[in-house]
Ligand binder design. Structure first.
Ligand code: ZN
Ligand code: ZN
Length: 135
């Protein structure tokens, strides 16, 4: 599939081509900063198929962690678009930045429920993991 999206102000645009490797909702404390408090809905897309078609993001990685993820966001409006985990050849694409978020279809699983808040919902019957599923 080929997905298109961008930031809130429109200065950043991207394309993400390929098959999603995972569609999930993440309850980790870090994601709560980015979403506003809800679980973060994302698609894991192949790194090779992801490119910016307009603008350049600002990137941020924490300096106090051994292997931090890199977060990319719009330098003007602040929309967080993707995260690049150092160990994966994938980008974590935020579903809310898609032009058509319905293409997401829905999460397959909930991850990092160790940080789940009492007001977070996990659909009944969906797989959930305290951290990541075993590989
Ligand atoms: Zn923007
Ligand atoms: Zn998370």
């Amino acid at each position: 599939m080929k997905l298109e999206g961008g930031c809130y102000c429109g200065k950043l645009r991207y394309e993400a081509e390929g098959e999603p490797r995972l569609k999930a909702q993440c309850h980790c404390r870090e994601c709560q900063y980015i979403t506003g408090g809800a679980p973060n809905l994302f698609m894991l897309m192949p790194q090779d198929g992801f490119r910016y078609t307009r603008g350049a993001p600002k990137a941020f990685a924490r300096g106090d962690l051994a292997a931090p993820v890199t977060r990319e966001f719009c330098p003007d409006c602040g929309t967080h678009l993707v995260t690049r985990p150092p160990a994966l050849k994938s980008v974590v694409l935020k579903v809310g930045t898609l032009d058509d978020p319905t293409l997401f279809g829905g999460p397959q699983m909930a991850i990092y429920t160790v940080d789940k808040q009492p007001f977070h919902e996990i659909p009944q019957g969906m797989a959930s993991f305290e951290r990541l599923p075993g590989r």
